[in-house]
Write a protein that binds this ligand. Structure first.
Ligand SMILES: [Fe+2]
Ligand SMILES: [Fe+2]
Length: 221
């Protein structure tokens, strides 16, 4: 069977069409950006996490592919998008000739990435969750009118900078945020992100690491 690479995935017209449609749909529903810019960033971060922790190149490449494809299910429906996305990915990847074992790992990671139903179960799903849930940034907000920002807009807009540091020796994965507290209070932040941060904690532990979060230099967890 053919070795499918991240390069093949990134230039797939089918995958990019689904990402674009999903992102357009979420735009109408008032969600933040879920375009290929988001998924390519998630792909890079997921790969960086596993690379830094010493995983083999093949596992890293599968995490990168899962990262790029993880939100394709939004073109079906936001609800259960992780599950529909996993099934779409299965059809696309088997059609491209990917090994079934690899397809299964990617399907599983995509299907487990949403905080309502998912949980990290292996290195690829863990890396995908950490990369996805920590992609908070101002330019994901599409609403151009601050007066009508919802909580998600406010929380993302308030993020001046976010960096995910993998401290292998200390066994720590740390998200360091700089928040503009004039835009969003810590309480708002927690209301939106508590569930996601708990998901990150579990994901880090699957990788043998501890998840830490700091905001404006204050240790949160
Ligand atoms: Fe998602
Ligand atoms: Fe996502």
């Amino acid at each position: 069977m053919a070795k499918i690479t991240y390069k093949d995935i990134k230039k797939s017209k089918e995958i990019n069409a689904y990402l674009e449609r999903g992102n357009a749909t979420l735009g109408v529903l008032g969600y933040t950006d879920h375009s290929a810019a988001h998924t390519a960033k998630v792909a890079d971060t997921a790969a960086r996490i596993l690379e830094r922790l010493g995983y083999d190149a093949h596992t890293v490449e599968l995490a990168r592919i899962a990262g790029y494809m993880h939100d394709i299910g939004n073109c079906v429906n936001r609800n259960d998008h992780a599950h529909s996305g996993a099934l779409l990915a299965s059809r696309i990847l088997t059609g491209m000739g990917m090994e079934f074992d690899d397809v299964a790992l990617i399907m599983n990671a995509i299907g487990m990435h949403d905080e309502h139903t998912g949980v990290a179960v292996d290195p690829i799903s863990a890396a995908l969750i950490l990369a996805d849930k920590t992609d908070v940034r101002r330019n994901r907000v599409r609403n151009t009118n601050p007066a009508s920002f919802d909580k998600h807009d406010r929380v993302n807009y308030a993020v001046i900078s976010a960096s995910l540091n993998i401290q292998k020796e200390k066994k720590v994965i740390k998200l360091e945020l700089q928040l503009d507290e004039k835009i969003c209070s810590m309480m708002d932040y927690f209301e939106i992100f508590l569930q996601r941060m708990l998901m990150c904690r579990r994901a880090a532990s699957v990788l043998g690491m501890t998840f830490k979060l700091s905001a404006n230099g204050n240790k949160i967890c």
